[in-house]
Design a protein around this ligand. Structure first.
Ligand SMILES: [Cu+2]
Length: 229
């Protein structure tokens, strides 16, 4: 999860998020180099006396400063497109979970099972157990096995919501009457927090998302428990 005064992204918990972090670092590298270069040119302009005041045109340098920025843009766009298509890829999922946004809670349906669905409400501050995170803890975690390609189907029943978990690199709009699809593979066990990311009404801030990633046997224990209850 995020911590106070955090500047960067959360640590990646899925391969796609790792790719996104690499792209971010790559783009930032380019930004820093260009900023430093521009700052250098500005300093030169302000501190030196101008020579070449009679120059009317300079074909060579104009060609370079037109083509070079285009090349730099392509060097950013290509890896970005690569990740865009990777994120769009839905390979054969091991598990499908349907998340339904409501004002103001989430419902999860494990559609591979006969009848496994539950609501996930935020735990109010008054009833929070010690050590739990205020405004982030929910009464029912969404449990997912690690290293298994998981498909999320995301929709809403009333207004627009958005299902997001930054550590997994997921943010997908939940739209009434429409089923959005996204895919992730949790790479290690842990608790990952997210929040509704679409202004959806008075309690928009109070419908967090908690995903618990465990190994397969712990997931099976949990699903048997859920099916029995
Ligand atoms: Cu919402």
């Amino acid at each position: 999860m995020a911590h106070p005064a955090q500047l960067g992204f959360q640590d990646a918990a899925a391969p796609i998020m790792e790719e996104l972090l690499h792209l971010h670092d790559h783009a930032m590298m380019v930004v820093f180099l260009i900023s430093a270069f521009v700052l250098y040119i500005i300093t030169l302009l302000l501190t030196t006396t101008l020579t070449h005041t009679e120059t009317m045109d300079a074909q060579m340098v104009e060609t370079v400063w037109t083509i070079l920025p285009a090349v730099i843009l392509i060097l950013i766009a290509l890896p970005s497109l690569r990740i865009l298509y990777l994120m769009d890829e839905i390979s054969t999922p091991h598990l499908t979970i349907k998340a339904i946004g409501h004002q103001w809670y989430w419902t999860y349906e494990y559609t591979d099972y006969e009848s496994m669905a539950f609501d996930s409400y935020m735990v109010p501050t008054q009833t929070l157990s010690s050590g739990s995170l205020r405004l982030l803890e929910v009464d029912h975690h969404t449990v997912v096995p690690t290293n298994s390609p998981t498909r999320m189907l995301i929709t809403a029943e009333d207004v627009l919501h958005s299902w997001a978990i930054p550590a997994l690199g997921i943010k997908t709009d939940a739209i009434p009457g429409r089923l959005n699809q996204t895919m992730f593979t949790a790479s290690h066990p842990g608790l990952f927090f997210g929040q509704c990311s679409e202004i959806c009404g008075a309690n928009h801030s109070f419908m967090p998302i908690v995903m618990e990633t465990t190994n397969l046997s712990a997931f099976e224990d949990w699903s048997t428990m859920m099916l029995q209850s």
